[in-house]
Structure formats: structure tokens, C-alpha cells
Design a protein around this ligand. Sequence first.
Ligand SMILES: [Zn+2]
Ligand SMILES: [Zn+2]
Length: 344
Amino acid sequence: MRVLRLHGPKDLRMHEEPIPEPGRGEVRLKITSVGVCASDLHYYRDGRIGTTLIAEPLVIGHEAAAVVDAIGEGVTSHKIGDRVALEPTNACGECMFCKAGHFNVCPNVEFFGTPPQDGCLREYITWPAELAIKVPDSMTDDEAAIIEPLAVGVHAVRLADLEGGETVAVLGAGAIGLSVIQAAKVGGAKRIIVSEPVAARRELALKLGATEAIDPSTSSDIEEFKKLTDGIGPDVVYECIGEDGASYLASQIVRILGKIVVVGIPDEDVYTFHASPSRRKEMTVIFCRRSNDAAETSIEWVTSGKADAKSMATHRFPLEDAAKAMEFAMAKKDGVIRAIIAVS
Ligand SMILES: [Zn+2]
Ligand SMILES: [Zn+2]
């Protein structure tokens, strides 16, 4: 089978490797569509995310759709031909965090495309059957690949415990920002103000549930947020940019006793907050780690039309053009939200 491995920064190489056999409790999956995530781009561009380095050639990609291709011993839940979205978090189930239901922060977790666990830019993988979540026929492979980033949005919004009626700010309208916008809308936020410099992304944000959009390249977002909230500031700010300075901005605009949910991963492994307003406002900062048990909710939302995955899967590339897809996604060209790699 064809396997694409990242050997170092910008060094993707195709390999021919044997097709794996499913173990007990596992299914073998033929990968169809894989979304290119900002975290894949970190590995692709820098060969690392924060303190996690690529030591051995790694298969990246964790936002995947697949078809069940073989069934391991003891699996009765799936049959060959089932179409699935993959839950990339394989938690141990034994530690105190798993036992309390916090699978996403399990210290023993295996996660696709994070060393040493290979990801999905390959034709076949094996994975625990319960982490291959069936999707209805009405959902396309590309939509099923969007389930993972959508689940991050669901989790990020859950972390802030919205009661309904809030004014929220979303900084950045890439796939994660757009997922947060959709989840905040379902969660009952009254106003969703997005700040995003790319015009096509602002437009899509408004289509998917944002009520107002700010262009930070032409106006000061601090002033705009002030103006739009009568000087009070948003109740919750979701930081979905992952650039240095975004958490700093969030601390400046959030209201007194407000919450910041940090979802973005900064290039330099540092988050900064403006100390004086942070302290004076007694704000709460919540860091979001991937998603926790939110894939089924995301599938239900897309199936019922509560969320739109289709609009986020904007471009397609064959597996051999994965490098092109990465460059395209990094340049944020042509209205790209998720570049999808069609593996098979
Ligand atoms: Zn992702
Ligand atoms: Zn665990």
C-alpha cells in the first residue's frame, strides 16, 4: 500500500509498505478523505509542534474518513463496507483522567499523526473498532473528514459552559473558528462576533452563524469589539488563530469576569496575556485540548443540518499532491478552509 511519510520539514516521501492486519477488537480501514489541519502544517513546516518533535519518519493526518475493509477478532459492531469517521484519540481507559471521562488529556493517549502514532495519509490503517464511528450514507467522505475539527468546536464550546444568550467573540475563522461558531450557535449564543482578516472566511463565518464580522487588517479589533459591545466586551472569547499575540488580544477584549477559551496553537511555544486587564477583570482562561467524545454529536449535527461540514471542505488533492495541499493551506489561498487529501 502507499504510505506518505514526513521525514523532516517539507520532506514528504511516498513509501510502499505492507497492508496491516487488524488485531483483536480492531478494524482495518481503507482511508478515503483526510483533512489538512493546522497541526499537520506545524509538523510539515517545522518538523515539530511545541515540544513534540518528529524523530522517525511520521505519517501525518488525523481528520479522516474511511471504509471498513476487514474485521478483527471479537468485533461484532462493524461490517465490511461500513463508512466511518475516525476518532483519532485512542485513550488508555485506565488512568484517573480516562476514568473521569477526560479521554483527551489521557497521558497515555495515542493520537493519529502525533509521534509515535502514525496518522492517516496512507491507504490502510488498523484502529479500535469503537473509534471508527459510522456515518450515514447521506454524508460524503469529505464531510466525514470534517467531523474531527467540528468535534473540536463542540468541545471548545462545551468548555465555556454557555447558558444561552451570551455575546461571544471568535478570533480566526479557519476550520476550527468556523466549527466554534457553529457550536456556539447551537449552544445558544445570542451574538457571535468574528474577527478574521481573510474576506472569504468572514463571509463563510457569517453564513455559518456569526452575527457580525470584523476585519482586523483594516480596523483595530480592540476598538471594534468595544464599539460592538457598548464598552463591556464579549462574555466569552474563543482564540482560534494560534498566532503570537492572539491570546494577548483576547485578554484585552474579554469582559470583566469573562472567559477565554484558547484553542489555537502558537508557533512559538508561548502564550501571552496582558497582565493588567487580565488581573483587574479576574478573567478565566481555559485551554482546549483537541476534543473529547464529541464525534457522535458532530455527526448528528451534520446529519440533521444543525452544522454544515460541506462548506468547510473546500479543496481536494490526490495523495501524491499532499505537499501541494500543505502549501496551499499554509498560504490560505483561494478561500481554502480545509484542503482534503483524497487518499483513495
Ligand atoms: Zn485537526
Ligand atoms: Zn487514560
